[in-house]
Design a protein around this ligand. Structure first.
Ligand SMILES: Nc1ncnc2c1ncn2[C@@H]1O[C@H](COP(=O)(O)OP(=O)(O)OP(=O)(O)O)[C@@H](O)[C@H]1O
Length: 535
């Protein structure tokens, strides 16, 4: 007598293929399809235990979500002998959802124990549709819970057209155990990814907090600074885009932080992007994020700055350095709040208020074709100009005292106060590097003075060629330079600073400090002007 046909076709091969699946969906579809491959299997189905309100099928079909976890059909395959045209791989319909405890599938889900009916009697109370059982010649039912660490993740069940033997039930158990382990692993990965994303958001938020703490409060009593603060007060509560202009080191970032702090977004993050410091080919990913594999080096998904700033404020520092080809994309987010991650089709939305800053004359840049006029108009809805320190001499001494106090605190020792003669010298200096230069001068003095008189080390005179951002010397004030001449002058000036700093850009005595620029700004300007270090 020939041995009976095994119920499942090549279950070992199925176990091997299961190990290669990358997603839970494809894994469960594979299980159902392969089990139903055999002519002896009428129907194979997998249900997963899902919390209320999380099943897409129920949502789409308008079914009320319920209040308890339930079993939801997620994969199915089979063949009707009575009506071969019927599709049995559908997962919506009458047996899509079972409450725990309801009928055979619900019993397995609730108890976590297998349920086998080797010889199905069409009249048994277990049979929901006795006509179907008779019509399709169903003779066996085997259901296995998908259990991982004692938790029932779902149920795998088959209806067969031959009695289920011990061997088939053993394979079914093995397939169910493999599937449960794969589901648990995939969910653990998902959780790690969510936590990683949360951590990324929190880190960025905390970085912002640290920066904000470093920035501290506004100091100054000049009418010019007052006027700036009044504008901040006026625009902060609105969601308008703000463009802050002014020379380097005047306090533009401080103004941006103040706009955020006084807005309804204050409890959310202020995310900063220094447009001069982003490498050319990473702009899009920096702003909008990317998905794994979008380009070489994109080893995992990355959240862009727009997404990080969702609900908060995005501060675009040195916005004048933004490459022309990225400007239309920025304009689109500003107008529609929509963007895509690099390498992904899906359109995402973010509710972001943009505050931008620049020390360039953006209108001129737009006229010269280096900045898109439409973006300039969009950014410049509410412009705030921060005046250079030389136009508000009343602020110099209060700022000096403020920085001295901060330095003393940081150094943990008493630092001499400003004498009237010191104050006079500070007021008499033109501060081409603005407040940042004043801060550096005072900090250096505090470090070297160690209890003695404050040793203020001010450059005596600032030669014209050493001023990156200073006003033109008195005699030259009316002289108009062409753009080419102006750039040439800027080039010479940067070269002079580099020579003086012996090629050093960063740190005390570096060219950036001499010019009163941020090192990143200097680096990008050198690149734009074609100035190289080795010249
Ligand atoms: N009114 C002020 N009161 C207190 N500190 C100030 C004030 N203005 C500027 N500062 C300080 O001076 C430094 C430079 O300011 P900030 O970075 O805001 O300038 P910026 O105009 O954004 O410069 P850049 O154009 O180079 O980016 C910061 O440390 C800032 O805290």
């Amino acid at each position: 007598m020939a041995a009976a046909e095994p119920i499942f076709t090549d279950p070992k091969q199925l176990l091997l293929e299961m190990a290669e699946q990358r997603s839970v969906d494809s894994l469960l579809r594979l299980v159902a399809a392969r089990l139903a491959d055999s002519p002896q299997v009428a129907l194979a189905r997998v249900w997963l235990t899902l919390p209320p309100g999380t099943c897409d099928i129920c949502r789409q079909s308008g079914r009320e979500p319920g209040t308890e976890p339930a079993l939801h059909l997620v994969a199915g395959a089979g063949r009707s002998v009575a009506a071969p045209e019927e599709a049995w791989d559908q997962i919506d319909g009458a047996f899509h959802r079972f409450a725990l405890g309801e009928r055979k599938v619900g019993q397995i889900g609730l108890s976590g124990r297998p349920l086998e009916v080797p010889d199905v009697d069409p009249h048994s109370p277990w049979v929901a549709d006795s006509d179907w059982v008779r019509r399709e010649g169903i003779t066996g039912f085997g259901g296995q819970p998908l259990v991982h660490h004692g938790r029932v993740l779902g149920v795998l069940a088959v209806f067969t057209r031959a009695p289920l033997d011990g061997e088939a039930l053993g394979w079914l158990r093995m397939v169910a155990n493999h599937a449960a382990a794969a589901i648990a692993t995939a969910r653990a990965f998902e959780e790690v990814e969510t936590l990683r994303r949360q951590l990324e958001l929190e880190t960025e938020y905390l970085r912002g907090e640290v920066r904000a703490a470093h920035y501290g409060r506004f100091v100054g009593q000049s009418p010019a600074l007052d006027a700036v603060l009044r504008q901040v007060e006026f625009v902060a509560p609105t969601d308008a885009t703000v463009l802050i202009t002014g020379e380097s080191g005047t306090g533009k970032e401080l103004v941006a932080r103040e706009v955020h702090a006084r807005s309804r977004r204050a409890a959310r993050a202020l995310i900063k992007v220094n447009c001069a410091a982003v490498p050319r080919d990473l702009y899009e990913s920096e702003f909008f994020g990317h998905v794994r594999g979008a380009f070489t080096g994109a080893v995992r998904d990355r959240v862009g700055r727009f997404e990080l700033a969702d609900g908060g404020t995005l501060f675009l520092d040195e916005v004048g350095e933004l490459p022309l080809d990225l400007q239309p994309k920025l304009l689109r987010v500003l107008q529609e709040g929509e963007f895509e991650r690099v390498g992904e089709e899906r359109t995402r939305k973010a509710d972001v208020r943009v505050v931008a800053a620049t020390n360039r004359d953006l209108r001129r840049e737009a006229e010269a074709g280096r900045f898109r006029p439409d973006l300039y108009f969009r950014l410049g809805v509410f412009p705030i100009e921060v005046p250079p320190l030389r136009r508000r001499p009343e602020d110099v001494v209060p700022l000096g005292e403020h920085f001295l106090e901060q330095a003393a605190k940081r150094l943990g020792r008493p630092v001499p106060k400003l004498t009237p003669a010191d104050a006079e010298r500070l007021r008499g200096y033109p501060w081409p590097g603005n407040v940042r230069e004043l801060q550096h001068v005072i900090e250096r003095a505090a470090i070297v003075s160690a209890g003695r008189r404050l040793a203020l080390n001010l450059p005596e005179a600032v030669p014209a060629a050493d001023r990156a951002t200073a006003p033109a010397p008195a005699g030259a004030r009316d002289q108009v330079l062409t753009e080419a001449e102006f750039r040439d002058l800027e080039r010479q000036n940067i070269r002079a600073a580099l020579r003086k700093a012996a090629g050093k850009i960063y740190g005390p005595g570096g060219a950036a400090e001499l010019l009163g620029l941020k090192p990143t700004t200097l680096a990008s300007r050198m690149k734009a002007l074609g100035v190289r270090l080795a010249e």
